[in-house]
Design a binder for this molecule. Structure first.
Ligand SMILES: N[C@@H](CCC(=O)N[C@@H](CS)C(=O)NCC(=O)O)C(=O)O
Length: 133
């Protein structure tokens, strides 16, 4: 559908969501899609997630984008590839995206893996750390 506005669901604590959003912004596509932010601090966060799961009709990760009416795509790299091809953009030329992809993004993932065990203990004690929401 030519006039369909893609709807991107992004989670506020999510480094993959940030990657996709940064791509969209730097590629000049951000104002051609709608962003729906799932706020991990919101009281409604758990129900927001299950509402979205029901809408999508399958388990998924964030970011997830409704790329056409009723058609959902997740995985940040697949999404970047999809929109880059659609708009004839070379994402390797996007300097800020690559600054993030080569720097903060892998650093964050490394720290997350190192911290996974203590964060898991906290979660089991009933204090759900932000990174696990
Ligand atoms: N390979 C995926 C990984 C995405 C991912 O793991 N996202 C996390 C949030 S940062 C997720 O959706 N976790 C499940 C959840 O929050 O329900 C990508 O690049 O988009």
């Amino acid at each position: 559908m030519a006039d369909f506005t893609p709807k991107a669901y992004v989670k506020t604590n999510c480094p993959f969501s940030f990657k996709f959003r940064l791509f969209a912004l730097e590629a000049g596509l951000a104002n051609r899609m709608e962003f729906v932010e799932l706020d991990v601090d919101a009281v409604s966060h758990t129900s927001d997630k299950s509402d979205l799961r029901a809408l999508v009709g399958r388990a998924h990760t964030f970011p997830i984008v409704e790329v056409a009416q009723g058609e959902f795509m997740d995985d940040s790299d697949l999404l970047i590839d999809h929109f880059a091809k659609l708009h004839d953009i070379d994402d390797n030329q996007l300097a800020t995206l690559n600054f993030y992809r080569d720097g903060l993004f892998p650093t964050f993932l490394e720290m997350f893996h190192i911290l996974a065990m203590p964060l898991g203990w906290m979660a089991r004690l009933g204090r759900k750390p932000k990174a696990f929401r």
